[in-house]
Write a protein that binds this ligand. Structure first.
Ligand code: PLP
Length: 409
């Protein structure tokens, strides 16, 4: 795009538009064109763009106190949010925090993660990330002590839920037997709905068996809800769908509607084992970011956005399943709440990256912004703001049908 040549090429970019402002589920570019933003800035703008309650919370706090450094003083917005919480700025930083806490609390060294996971781009979290090689290319070697076991991805494994659970638990037990002994394993880090790796919902039984295995060996279960948290899946946290309580839960993205904030919550006994002063950061728990989070949570509660996520997610899933009947390339439709996906597959069963990318392009030309995900970028993820209305979901489905018609036969 002309006029952007001086911007670092390290950033890839999905859409070549210059955004002027956002409102609700819409983005407006500098020419005045309007787009339905079903990316939510990668799952961040939970209350939509410029929600009045969030904007007011930010404005009021910015006029009072922008930075009250957490090691130096207390400030009220953090007090309004806090309950055995630790705060940071980004998803990667909060994953780092969770692993560091797990290591100190258990006095163990190793971490187990799942194939296809995305946990961030710092050196530790990159080493925990196996969704795509692009995140580690040229940066080898990885941090030591991280072991990978298969995610229970039923569609890709071509198994039913029961067989998927058996396979994934069997492989995890094998890792504990052959690579990282339980006594050396501090934590198992799992995305309760796999995000960048393809929006995969694990079987209920897998989650129960995973919890039991962690309890059996004194391994801490860390739920990375950076993407799936804060109402996204139709519950406050995706872990609730499985009735599984993690030892450490981390979240970010949707918590502050776009201000940089991430949070870690855990039990008092674990928090007490985290040595004071051994972790932190200059900006973690910033006053304006905390105020934005308080405004976000207030808006989610008052406007019943968790319930809306569930209802609109069901509407979206029904609409996509209907479209699947006419478009064979839509191999799988799945999701929880407004964390929903369509996986594109060729007749021979191979991932159909070309079609998913062509559909995203055709949808964009028609005013609907969508993102792909998955190791092969053959999954289109549906991740609109939680404020999306019934009519807006219908409109997006109509645009998507038109895009499918144009490119996928
Ligand atoms: N964990 C999960 C599950 C994520 O989806 C992401 C980002 O997409 C991260 C961690 C890293 O977050 P950030 O990009 O804020 O560092």
């Amino acid at each position: 795009m002309p006029g952007t040549e001086h911007i670092g090429t390290i950033w890839g970019r999905s859409f070549s538009i210059m955004v002027d402002h956002g409102e609700g589920i819409y983005l407006f570019d500098t020419t005045g064109r309007k787009y339905m933003d079903f990316t939510s800035g990668i799952g961040v703008t939970s209350t939509g763009h410029a929600h009045p309650k969030v904007v007011k919370a930010i404005q009021d706090q910015a006029a009072k106190l922008i930075h009250g450094q957490a090691n130096i003083v207390y400030h009220q917005p953090m007090m309004n949010l806090i309950d055995e919480f630790f705060f940071s700025n980004s998803g990667a930083e909060i994953v780092e925090a969770a692993v560091k806490l797990a290591k100190q609390a258990t006095k163990r060294t190793n971490v187990i993660v799942f194939s296809g996971s995305f946990h961030g781009r710092t050196h530790l979290t990159m080493s925990m990330t196996t969704s795509k090689t692009i995140y580690r290319i040229g940066y080898q070697p990885m941090v030591a002590g991280i072991h990978v076991t298969p995610y229970p991805y039923a569609y890709q494994l071509k198994l039913d839920d029961e067989a998927t659970t058996d396979y994934a638990i069997h492989e995890l037990k094998k890792v504990l037997k052959s690579q990282s002994a339980p006594d050396e394993t501090a934590c198992i880090v799992l995305e309760p709905v796999l995000g960048e790796g393809g929006y995969v919902v694990p079987p209920l039984e897998f989650m129960r068996e995973l919890r039991a295995l962690c309890d059996q060996h004194g391994i801490l279960l860390v739920a990375d809800e950076v993407q799936s948290g804060v109402g996204r899946t139709g519950k406050w946290f995706a872990s609730e769908h499985f009735n599984v309580v993690p030892d450490i839960l981390i979240t970010a993205k949707g918590i502050a509607s776009g201000m940089p904030l991430s949070a870690l919550v855990t039990r008092k006994d674990l928090m007490a084992k985290w040595i004071t002063g051994s972790h932190g950061g200059t900006y973690g728990g910033n006053a304006v970011a905390c105020a934005a989070a308080v405004g976000t949570i207030q808006a989610i509660k008052e406007e019943h956005l968790v319930e809306n996520s569930l209802a609109r997610g069901a509407q979206l899933l029904t609409g996509l399943l209907k479209l699947q009947q006419d478009f064979a390339a839509m191999g799988d439709v799945r999701g929880l709440g407004l964390m929903t996906a369509t996986e594109f597959t060729k007749v021979n069963g191979e991932p159909d990256t070309d079609t998913s990318k062509a559909v995203v392009k055709a949808a964009f030309e028609r005013g609907l912004m969508l993102l792909t995900c998955g190791t092969y970028d053959n999954v289109i993820r549906w991740i609109p703001p939680l404020v999306v209305s019934k009519a807006e979901i219908d409109e997006a489905l109509k645009i998507f049908a038109g895009a499918l018609d144009a490119v996928a036969h």
